[in-house]
Design a protein around this ligand. Structure first.
Ligand code: G6P
Length: 367
């Protein structure tokens, strides 16, 4: 079927705005909002006895896996290793049989991810695909598949595939935690409640697209941009930097906020925007103190938090935006949206080809 852009100027923008719907649709496959429980599809292996988890992917899908590491380790108390597929496969890592290997891929066709899947199967791992294309090679070759219901993603820069991957991984983390007896019914209910509210919070935030567009004007002239985050917000900083460089061609780097003083602080002056992803979770104070360090050196901080987080900041940033307050567990899903929109509007301000950025391919099926 022919897929159009509808009222939107680009596929990327259309796909960003589809997120409330596709996040909701993906959640509906696993979440029971009345009972506030999650039911995973039946799998051909027992999550309760898996003793280690490996997540392997490329690009934006790798960052979704990186968020999942925080979730699974915290909730299910299971050690998780996350790998870039092209590094994993050539390293020939030793693996004890009985582990679970999860392969995240929008297309389900990425060559390095597929090769890593074959390696894991040959080494006695249970394999689980998380894809957006059910009939894809990665889905067919894995023992089991979980689907993101993002619908076709046309823009080269991944948006709705990423947030729906996060949704499935959040549900998987809860499911793993429950099968291991690591989570109380009360905690599960709270997380389910928070997940059920995500589509509405995302929709609420998308109505403020104009504010991001104005913010982007101040960034489009920059040569370098730094993104900072801690905990599960760190991969969102990485994803924000990736989105910006992919479509605006501005050099951007994502950094763990705690690593600021181990290098990137040397770059700070008033020409380097520093985008900070800082929900009010248990790490808020730590990241807020990094903000002070940047502001004290004349850096231009663009601060994403909720109203409480913005109010608590001691010295005023260059710009701030208060997102809807959410349970910190689901914050990575919500905070993905401002970094997508920011990259989009900076690219528009620069006049680049948002849907077809130079040198990039939607699906990398060569090695
Ligand atoms: C390419 C795309 C990215 C994507 C990556 C992994 O680089 O441009 O948007 O994240 O491949 O693709 P996959 O289909 O495996 O998620």
């Amino acid at each position: 079927a022919l897929i159009g852009k509808g009222q939107h100027r680009h596929f990327m923008l259309k796909e960003i705005f589809e997120q409330p719907e596709v996040i909701g649709g993906t959640l509906n496959t696993m979440l029971n909002p009345a009972e506030r429980t999650i039911t995973l599809p039946s799998l051909p292996f027992d999550l309760g006895v898996v003793n280690r988890v490996r997540i392997i992917a490329c690009g934006t899908s790798f960052y979704a896996g990186s968020v999942a590491k925080y979730w699974i380790e915290k909730l299910a108390r299971l050690p998780v290793e996350v790998d870039i597929a092209s590094e994993f496969r050539y390293r020939e890592p030793p693996m004890e049989p009985g582990g679970l290997a999860i392969f995240i891929s929008q297309s389900g066709e990425t060559a390095d991810t597929l090769a890593a899947l074959r390696y894991c199967r040959a080494h006695g791992q249970h394999t689980l695909a998380l894809v957006n294309v059910p009939e894809s090679t990665i889905s067919r070759e894995a023992e089991a598949t979980l689907l993101t219901l993002a619908g076709p993603e046309i823009g080269v820069a991944s948006t709705k595939a990423f947030t729906t991957q996060l949704v499935v991984l959040a549900c998987l983390a809860v499911g793993m935690a429950r099968s291991r007896g690591a989570i109380s019914g009360e905690t599960e209910a709270e997380i389910c409640q928070a997940l059920a509210e995500v589509p509405a919070r995302v929709a609420e935030f998308l109505r403020r697209d104009d504010e991001i567009r104005l913010m982007a004007q101040g960034i489009s002239e920059a040569r370098d941009v730094l993104y900072l985050g801690r905990g599960a917000s760190f991969p969102i900083a990485l994803e924000g930097a990736l989105k910006l460089k992919e479509i605006s061609y501005i050099h951007a780097e994502g950094y763990a906020a705690g690593e600021l003083k181990h290098g990137p602080i040397a770059l700070i002056d008033d020409s380097v925007p520093v985008i900070v992803i800082c929900p009010t979770d248990e790490l808020y104070e730590k990241t807020a103190s990094n903000v002070q360090e940047v502001v004290a050196r004349g850096g231009r901080v663009v601060f994403f938090s909720d109203q409480e987080g913005v109010d608590r900041l001691a010295s005023p940033p260059f710009a701030a935006m208060a997102l809807p307050a959410v349970n910190p567990f689901v914050a990575p899903i919500l905070y993905a949206i401002p970094v997508q929109l920011l990259a989009y509007h900076v690219a528009i301000a620069k006049g680049t080809d948002v849907d077809q950025p130079r040198n990039l391919a939607k699906s990398v099926t060569v090695e």
